[in-house]
Design a protein around this ligand. Structure first.
Ligand SMILES: NC(=O)c1ccc[n+]([C@@H]2O[C@H](COP(=O)([O-])OP(=O)(O)OC[C@H]3O[C@@H](n4cnc5c(N)ncnc54)[C@H](O)[C@@H]3O)[C@@H](O)[C@H]2O)c1
Ligand SMILES: [Zn+2]
Length: 364
């Protein structure tokens, strides 16, 4: 029996919208989209891996809903999240005669979501976007919250805009075709959310690891809980002035590992390692309940993710302190007090260096 879809309503300052999480709900897109946003035409952006798998079904669903539909397939991968691809999306949108009454449908992982979202945010000074995430990372993180971006030579996500989607449709059946390493990458963010705000989820993942072949009901439940956690934070702080920063848990060190490793290791893998490093250090400093670091490490390892990196401390500190989120001579660090309870602490650069020394390279 197909499990019932779950709907999470996001009430951001700039827009209210639904995130629908279900099994085999892609074919219902043409029914759900018109009731979420008025549009006469839809423009689907997808990538070269997702296109052969899900584009035909998506177009059929949209046309069945009465929308004039066109599409563009961009080359897959982060290396294409760049100005030239962004330009080609805008040109194709104009070519397809999109107007302010059209909607962009982002069908794919976070790369497609970020670029199609940014194109929607800028075309004719902004049209609507519907996100149809097809990776675990995109379902639990990038499709919700309205951040869109592209990369520059100088760094990742340096140009972008805030544009909340009008609707998010997460069909967990699309996860079945993922490469297991890409699926695991999303688990890095899932574990981060659980540590941040959901001890029940942490405990249930610790008992039964999640894989792309997990039953649909469980996948829906896990994705929906993650969306709810991100929703609660985004509702309170759409533009990352305060509490939204807690979503950066594991990211200060994680981003440094990612950059130092030359972006060879997936983002979620680096976040998982960053989360373990920071928690080991804050536990040693007495800021975190004893035993927390071991519990986090156990879950991270069980899900096939790294618990550490062997990158030298000075390199990590240097990459982390060149991060765009640095504030003068201090960094905002998300600290775990206990599973499900975290807050943001401003630490000086020298304290941060000590944290890296205490927590990183211990198990590498
Ligand atoms: N906007 C935000 O708030 C936010 C948050 C986190 C991450 N991001 C961004 O998200 C991006 C990473 O997203 P990602 O991990 O989804 O990467 P991705 O979009 O590159 O997808 C990973 C790989 O999986 C393939 N793929 C996607 N769906 C598939 C499916 N169902 N079956 C088979 N293959 C499939 C893709 O073609 C790609 O090769 C980064 O650019 C990151 O900056 C944005
Ligand atoms: Zn992340």
């Amino acid at each position: 029996m197909t499990p019932v879809p779950r709907t999470i309503r996001v009430d951001a300052a700039s827009r209210t919208y639904d995130v629908v999480v279900g099994s085999d709900i892609l074919d219902g897109l043409g029914t759900r989209l018109p009731s979420a946003c008025e549009a006469d035409a839809a423009f689907v952006v997808t990538d070269s891996n997702v296109s052969p798998l899900y584009l035909r079904r998506t177009i059929d669903a949209l046309e069945a809903g009465g929308l004039r539909t066109s599409s563009l397939t961009i080359p897959a991968g982060e290396s294409h999240k760049r100005l030239d691809t962004f330009g080609s999306i805008l040109e194709a949108m104009a070519e397809a005669s999109l107007t302010r009454d059209s909607v962009v449908v982002a069908l794919g992982g976070g790369v497609v979501g970020d670029m199609a979202g940014f194109a929607a945010a800028t075309y004719m000074r902004g049209i609507k976007v519907v996100q149809v995430p097809t990776t675990l990372l995109a379902m639990v993180d990038s499709s919700v919250g309205g951040k869109t971006a592209i990369d520059l030579d100088a760094g990742k996500n340096l140009v972008g805009a805030f544009l909340q989607p009008s609707l998010v449709i997460a069909d967990v059946e699309t996860l079945r075709s993922l490469d297991p390493t890409v699926f695991a990458d999303g688990l890095g963010e899932v574990i981060k959310h659980a540590v941040l705000a959901d001890r029940d989820l942490f405990d249930s993942l610790s008992r039964t690891p999640l894989t792309k072949d997990t039953d649909a009901k469980t996948l829906i439940d896990v994705v929906a809980r993650n969306v709810a956690i991100k929703r609660d934070v985004v509702n309170a702080d759409e533009r990352e002035q305060g509490i939204r920063q807690t979503l950066n848990l594991g990211h200060t060190i994680g981003h440094a590992i990612e950059a130092a490793a030359g972006f060879e290791l997936g983002h979620g893998h680096c976040v998982a390692a960053g989360l373990c490093c920071v928690t080991r250090a804050t536990e040693a400093l007495g800021w975190t309940t004893k035993g927390t670091a071991k519990a986090v490490e156990r879950l991270v390892a069980q899900q096939g993710l790294p618990t550490d990196s062997n990158i030298p401390h000075d390199q990590l500190v240097s990459f982390a302190t060149h991060d765009k989120k640095r504030h003068g001579d201090s960094v905002n660090l998300v600290v775990v007090h206990d599973i499900g309870r975290c807050d943001v602490r401003r630490v000086t650069l020298s304290d941060f260096a000590r944290i890296v020394e205490l927590g990183c390279g211990v198990n590498a």
